[in-house]
Design a protein around this ligand. Sequence first.
Ligand code: ATP
Ligand code: MG
Length: 415
Amino acid sequence: MRQSTLFTKTRREAPSDEVAKNAQLLVRAGYIHKEMAGVYDFLPLGLLTLNKVIGIIREEMNAIGGEEVFLSTLQDPEVWKKSGRWDDEAVDVWFKTQLKNGSELGLGNTHEEALTALMTEHIASYKDLPRYVYQFQNKFRNETRAKSGIMRSREFIMKDLYSFSNDETSHNAFYEKAAAAYERIFERAGIGGKTYRTFASGGSFSKYSHEYQTVCDAGEDTIYIDEAKRLAVNKEVYDDSDVYAATGIDKASLKEARAIEVGNIFTLGTRFSNALGLSYKDAEGKATPVFMGSYGIGPARLMGTVVELMSDDKGLVWPESIAPFAVHLVSLGKDTDEIAQAADALYDDLVNAGVDVLYDDRDLRAGEKFADSDLLGIPTRVVVGKDAAATGQFEVVNRATGEVVKKSRAELLAK
Ligand code: ATP
Ligand code: MG
């Protein structure tokens, strides 16, 4: 992509009412636009990054047998009444709307009800199980505090997977597979080392759920970490002695930390299958409720977490796996001078080699271009200046470490 054709502009100042570092930097770099409090638009660079995150999650969900769907956002109150969650007392984040005839609709805040109801048409026998169904889909939540930028917004994409198993034993086996997939996702997105499987309150079926909590001062949660076991407990279960008995975690050795919940996995049991009539006939023909689990990740929350953890005083710093581009090619040439020609040629070579390149071909001062490049945070910067045009040696700057090396065209292409 040529930067001269990119419509977004960088800016020096973030919106004055924006308190979250992730949103301040992403707005300044032109990755996102703030529509209003808790509501953000994704612009070209932001969408490329978000889609890289989504791509990693999709690969890992497919690898454990996930089948992707896309359910509607508009939701039928009748289905929610069956589970008892239509009531604003039961779910405090509802956005509701109405048809012209006055009947109510919900804007989905989660999809257990809708998908469980849907699956009653597709699961009838033990032969139809197990099923693992997921989507990337907008959720609407009337969050009271939306001060964490894209980590807590009122409309956001969630990856939600729901598992349908014939019993608790087979559910537990899948649950651990999903947990392993989650660990791979966070590792690949560059936050594996700081992310802990965390015991949290569970709900009606299992005593505990698991959250994936990433240690970060900007987090809204407090967790207690057992570093040796790479496990943690959420503050909400810290005083529950059972959690230590069940896990072998030593309460005395725990370290308190602020953390961001980047994902969670839940055993739902038969709570929704009972409420919505999702059962199957076992091998003996006996009707049995399907045993369910749910598995959520917020791709934008994950992206915001990476910004909170990795950015520096000059701007964003992306790990290669989710960067919008691998290389930022910065030309210091003017019009069609020999520097610009050398940069053009290198751009073509990189593109032909299949490298994702953002090419800063704009006619601006070098200082401005470097400041923009730092702000955008693309992992590798290749500079084409007078030297490069004369010697064929390009300056290559590592955005994360600041390390500078010289490389020839052939070395660059090989890399
Ligand atoms: P929290 O306690 O932070 O509100 P939650 O328990 O409501 O999270 P879930 O309903 O289980 O979260 O959603 C699954 C995942 O979706 C979360 O782990 C998080 O990554 C993401 N998520 C939840 N709420 C938001 C939000 N308002 N904005 C962006 N991502 C979110
Ligand atoms: Mg919530």
